[in-house]
Design a protein around this ligand. Sequence first.
Ligand code: PAN
Ligand code: ZN
Length: 187
Amino acid sequence: MELSEPLGLVVEADGRLKPATSTVVRHLSDMGGMYVDAGAEAAMIDAGDPLVYEVFQWDVPPVIGELFVCTTVLQPGKVGSEYFMTKGHFHEQRDRAEVYYGLSGHGQVLMFEGDRVEAVPIGDGMVAYVPPFWAHRTANTGIEPLVFLAVYPGDAGHDYGSIERTGFPEILLDTDRVPALIRRSDR
Ligand code: PAN
Ligand code: ZN
C-alpha cells in the first residue's frame, strides 16, 4: 500500500479542517437512545432534530505508522440536563491511544475502562490523552461550539457497537450550571 505524502493542513476559524477527505455530520436522531432522558430526546428530534457535531478528517491509509488527523466541532446544547456529546467508541484495536488538542470552547473528555471513569477537561490550548484500552467521548459544557483536533493511529479503527449496547457507566449532567459525573445506576 502507498503511504501518505507530506502535507500541510489548516484549521479554519469555524473548526473545519482543510483539506478534508471525509466529513461526518451527526444530528440528534443519529445518536438513537444515547441520552438518558428519552422523552427530552424525542421532543427535540420532533422539534427539528438539531445538529450535534461534525468531524472533518484527513484520511490516511489504515495501517500502522500512519496517523489520522481530524477536527471535531461539537455544538453547545443539552438533552434534558445532559450535555451534547459525541457517540463515543473504543478503538477496534483496543491498545491504540489518541491525542486531543483543544482549539476553542469548553468541555470534557469522558473515558472509561472496566469500571473506572475519568473526565479530562478540554478547551483552548488543552491536551487530553486517551490511553490504550480506554473508551472515549467528548461533552460540550460551554455555550459556544467546542473544537478540538485529534490524532490517532492509522490502524486504530472504531468500535461503536459496544457503547451503543451498554453506554458509558457515568453521564455528564448540568447540576445548577456545574457539570457533574453521575453513575447511571444512581439516577
Ligand atoms: C475522534 C472522534 C470524534 C467524534 O476523532 O471520532 O470526536 O466522536 P465519535 O467518533 O465518538 O462519534 C476520535 O476519537 N477518533 O478516534
Ligand atoms: Zn478515538
